[in-house]
Design a protein around this ligand. Sequence first.
Ligand code: DGL
Length: 285
Amino acid sequence: MNASSRPIGVFDSGIGGLSVLQALQNALPHEHFVYLADNAHAPYGEKTDLQVRLRTHAITEHLLAQHQIKALVVACNTATAAAIHELRTRHPQLPVVGVEPALKPAVALSQTGHIGVMATRGTVASDKFARLLDSVEGQAQFTVQACNGLALAIEQSTLPQHADEAQQGIIELLSQYTSAMGSFGKSPGQMDTLVLGCTHYVFVKNQLRALLGVDVQLVSTGEAVARQTRRLLEAAGLLRSDPGPQSAAKRIGLFTTGDLRGLQAAAQLWLGLPPEACHKAPPQV
Ligand code: DGL
C-alpha cells in the first residue's frame, strides 16, 4: 500500500472525538479513517496524568501496528495535554495533531473581553493548559471550570435505555457548572464567549444554547484541527488524491475498547454511520 493511501488514526477516551472526526471527514473527504474510542478507560479527565499517558501510547502503538496509520489525530484535549509532547518524541516520523481549548480564537471573537472555558479536570490542571492561559494573559478575562462527570453523562446519553436519565443529568451538570462560572450575555462584564475545551461537549451545544441564550458564542476546535491535519499531510506529501472504490461508510472504521452499543448508537446519531462500521478493539489494546 502506498503511504498516502494509509488511514489516519483518530482517538479519544470515548465518543467525544467523533466531533473532530466529523470535521476531518468534511475537510478531507478522500481520506480513510480509523477511530478508536477508549471507553474501557474513560473518562480520561478524572484519571492521573500517568494513566492517560500510558493509554495514549498503547493506542498509538496499536494504531501503527494494526492499521499502519500515516498520521494521528489526538481528538481529546486531556490526552493532548498529558501526552502529546512525549508522543512526538517517540514517533518523530508520524504527523501528530492534538486539540487544545480554543482560547486564542475566543479572544478574537469576544466583545465583552470575558471568556468562559469548560474542560475536564485533567486539562484544567495540566501544565500545558497553564502555559496556554499565560500566552493570552492580559488579552481577556478567563473563567475556567473543570466539569467532572459531564463527559461520562454525554457518553451515557446515546444509549436508548439510559438516554432520559443521562439527558437530565447533562442539564443538571450544565446548569451547575455554568452558574458557578458567573453571568453570561452581551452586557459589559458578562461572558459572551464559551470555549468547549473537551471534545465531548460539542455534542451538548444545543443544551448550552438553551441555557445561556443564543447570544453566547460557543467555540470548539474540530475545524481548526482538520485544517491543521490537512496542512501536515500536504507538507509530508501524504494527502490521498482519490477516495478509492469504497463507500463513505467503508472508509471509516470505528473501534471501541468498551461497550460496542454505545459507539454504534453515537456513530449512527452523529455521523449517520451504520452499526457495521463499529467493531470491538482487540483485548490487548
Ligand atoms: N473528550 C476528552 C477531552 O477532550 C476527554 C473526556 C474524558 O474522558 O474525560 O478532553
